[in-house]
Design a binder for this molecule. Structure first.
Ligand SMILES: [Zn+2]
Length: 136
């Protein structure tokens, strides 16, 4: 037996409302705690995997950035000093190539060497970075 909280009338256990005054006797059974708890756990898991994938860096992006501007891939891997050095080299070489046409071939050779060097350094830095972020 359940007693109405409003008028005190006796009602059957499975009655949802008081037979006399219509007061709600108990909350419907379906909506209980476990469901939202599970959902929040899932969200937490998702968040964890999300930060893990964000932490990983792509070698392809690093090399592509170096191809666009030599040294940009190093900035991407947070090797700022080296990145700025290569960007300066690229700017000087480009300026020389534009001012002196005879510098074109040697300028291109310097650019290729700088591109390979900065890509190699980016590659090492990215592999190292990804290894460290996996261990965390
Ligand atoms: Zn009642």
């Amino acid at each position: 037996m359940t007693y109405c909280s409003k008028c005190g009338t006796e009602n059957e256990d499975n009655d949802m409302f008081c037979g006399k005054c219509g007061q709600r006797l108990k909350q419907p059974e379906e909506t209980k705690e476990p469901q939202p708890e599970k959902a929040s756990n899932e969200i937490e898991l998702e968040r964890k995997t999300e930060t893990k994938t964000v932490k990983q860096k792509s070698v392809g992006i690093g090399i592509l950035l170096n191809f666009i501007i030599t040294g940009l891939g190093l900035v991407y891997t947070a090797e700022y000093a080296m990145g700025v050095f290569f960007i300066l080299v690229e700017m000087i070489v480009s300026a020389l190539m534009l001012t002196y046409p005879e510098f074109m071939i040697s300028g291109l050779m310097i650019w290729v060497v700088a591109f390979i060097a900065s890509s190699y350094l980016s590659y090492i830095s990215i592999v190292d970075f990804n290894k460290k972020s996996k261990e965390e």
